[in-house]
Design a protein around this ligand. Structure first.
Ligand code: GLY
Length: 578
């Protein structure tokens, strides 16, 4: 086994001994910092689940302890988060799961993204003036795509699970029935979402008290309708959701409120198992989500560009590095607007966009001390060969099997609408389509024909569940929420670890930057040095400081054990292991 710097560098004296045994003198050639000198992550020997909610992380670890594998734990976490993190955990949304098998070194991508209802038409969301009707596409029953989460978790379980299905739903049912203590994050986010949620009777009845007041931290939130839906799914499997009692209630709610989703839409929903998109970065293999996510393609495109520069030498978050990242991001997001869409409807030039040669061409166009205005940038020519409350979680089991899941309702609480009698919040994923060419969606992303609205089509996503592999084994599992910022957040986690030799805690806590071509602004978190900011402004960047970017949930696997870190940008997460 090769022990590369990725594995060797973090663990000071303990790992020095292990490195010596495994690699022999000279193999582990990076200076090993003392663990005590570093911000350090949570460690476990056998298995780990890192999620945005502590209760859900504990559910995942309990399933691992009971002999479940990483997929079993990921399925149980997916259902638990629908109860404990209603902002993003869901039954009424969709997402992506990457599964890596340690034994045969195979990885697959499970696509359970929502689909557009059959009744949709290309200009459906335009008003009389030809403008996008934002209320309709974001806050109405017509905002919802056909949900994929229940089918996706069931397919994952059917293909890879070890424990019985009903056991994986039991913790979620219990949490919904008995209630969860409302944490600060939930109390605050419900307060923020009050206006759009409280107008819907079923949402108001669940997420606000009978006198209309909000829940305070520490109070108990019970979700009895959701518990009943979960029980039906536990007993009958996905047919309960797509053809049975839950389907009937969802469709009745759609019909009563001008929604588009029909019984046939639900019955016809299909999960797609896809080949992940792959690349290499400084010796490591990068495996991520293919279209209809733009995440994996542009993560690899960006890493390919970064490989042309000595980032380690220039230093993490130095002006030189931030400038190159920003310029590379502009080019990648310009390509995204032109080429990315549902591959079952449009031809996406994945090979061209992820080729080293194309990245070299793009990198050569980047000037060292000048920010190119967005107006000068157009999509390139690859050759043919959140509010934004998505959530991500990562799991590794004792055999080294790994699962990375990013799933979403799109905004916090999706459209804010609970389908009456189900306890299930509806997504507003239709806003991820380019409803009108060139008109920005809620994340400021623009698109064209490739991501135009069409019946049965999956809206383009940025969700990027990602593995870094070494010798065919998962050594990093990561991902993030954050809408358009997901791709750049995951990029910085990977680069912080591989280029800047940070451990997973340091890589997570380092201040983040983001550029997406349009709007033409370089977005920074607090914490960048004033010297760097001054240089970036001198080079022509429009620097803006905005709220925190992303919320990563990551695990690193080493011979010494598993190291996890739950991002502290949002409260309530936990890296739990055993
Ligand atoms: N709804 C955010 C995304 O899929 O990228």
């Amino acid at each position: 086994m090769t022990l590369s710097p990725l594995v060797c560098r973090w663990f000071g004296p303990i790992l020095l001994a292990i490195c010596a045994v495994y690699s022999g003198a000279g193999r582990c050639d990076v200076a090993l910092p003392s663990l005590l000198d570093r911000v350090h992550p949570v460690m476990a020997r056998n298995g780990m689940a890192v999620t945005q909610d502590a209760l859900a992380s504990q559910v995942g670890v309990e399933i691992l302890r009971q002999g479940g594998n990483a997929v079993d734990a990921a399925v149980a976490v997916g259902f638990a988060l629908a109860v404990t993190l209603p902002q993003a955990g869901n039954l009424g949304g969709g997402g992506f799961m990457l599964v890596h098998h340690a034994a045969n070194k195979q990885t697959e991508a499970i696509d359970f993204r929502e689909t557009a209802p059959a009744a949709i038409r290309r200009d459906f969301y335009l008003n009389d003036k030809g403008e996008v009707d934002e209320t309709r596409i974001r806050y109405s029953h017509q905002a919802a795509g056909v949900p994929g989460t229940v089918a996706g978790l069931a397919i994952a379980h059917g293909r890879h699970g070890r424990l019985p299905w009903f056991r994986l739903l039991a913790p979620a049912i219990q949490l919904a029935e008995q209630g969860i203590p409302v944490n600060l994050d939930l109390a605050l986010s419900l307060h923020e979402a009050r206006e759009r949620m409280a107008r819907w009777p079923a949402s108001r009845a669940i997420f606000f008290k009978s006198d209309g007041s909000g829940y305070q931290p520490g109070e108990l939130l019970r979700q009895t309708d959701l518990a009943a839906s979960l029980k039906l799914i536990a007993e009958q499997g996905p047919p309960a959701f797509y053809e049975g009692e839950i389907a009937r209630r969802l469709v009745a709610d759609m019909q009563a409120n001008g929604g588009l989703i029909t019984a046939d839409d639900l019955k016809n929903y299909r999960v797609v198992v896809r080949e992940p998109v792959r690349g290499r970065y400084r010796g490591y293999e990068i495996v991520s989500m293919p279209p209809p996510s733009s995440g994996g393609v542009h993560l690899i495109q960006l890493l390919n560009m970064l490989e042309n520069w000595p980032l380690a030498e220039w230093g993490a978050n130095s002006a030189a590095v931030v400038h190159r990242l920003a310029e590379a991001m502009k080019l990648a997001y310009a390509d995204r607007s032109e080429y990315l869409g549902d591959p079952d409807f449009v031809k996406v030039p994945v090979a061209g966009l992820t080729s080293k040669a194309y990245a070299k061409e793009l990198a050569a166009r980047i000037e060292p001390n000048r920010a190119r205005p967005a107006a000068e940038i157009k999509p390139g020519q690859p050759r043919q060969h959140e509010s934004e409350q998505t959530t991500h979680y990562s799991v590794i089991d004792r055999d080294g099997n790994a699962v990375a899941v990013t799933y979403t309702l799109n905004f916090s609480y999706g459209s804010g609408i609970v389908a009456a009698g189900t306890g299930i919040l509806l997504n507003n994923e239709m806003d991820d389509f380019a409803a009108k060419p060139g008109a920005p969606n809620a994340y400021g992303l623009i698109g064209g024909d490739a991501n135009a609205v069409a019946p049965g089509k999956r809206p383009l996503s940025s969700m990027s569940p990602t593995f870094v592999l070494e010798d065919g084994q998962a050594v990093l599992v990561t991902g993030s929420p954050g809408g358009s910022r997901i791709i750049t957040t995951v990029l910085q986690i990977v680069s912080n670890i591989i280029d800047h030799q940070m451990n997973i805690a340091e890589a997570t806590l380092a201040p983040r930057m983001h550029h997406q071509w349009l709007p033409d602004e370089l977005r920074l978190e607090e914490g960048f040095s004033p010297d760097s900011v001054r240089l970036l402004r001198e080079w022509g960047h429009t620097v803006v400081f905005k709220e925190a970017i992303g919320d990563t949930q990551s695990i690193v696997r080493t011979p010494a054990g598993l190291y996890g870190f739950s991002d502290t940008r949002r409260p309530g997460g936990l890296a739990a292991g055993y």
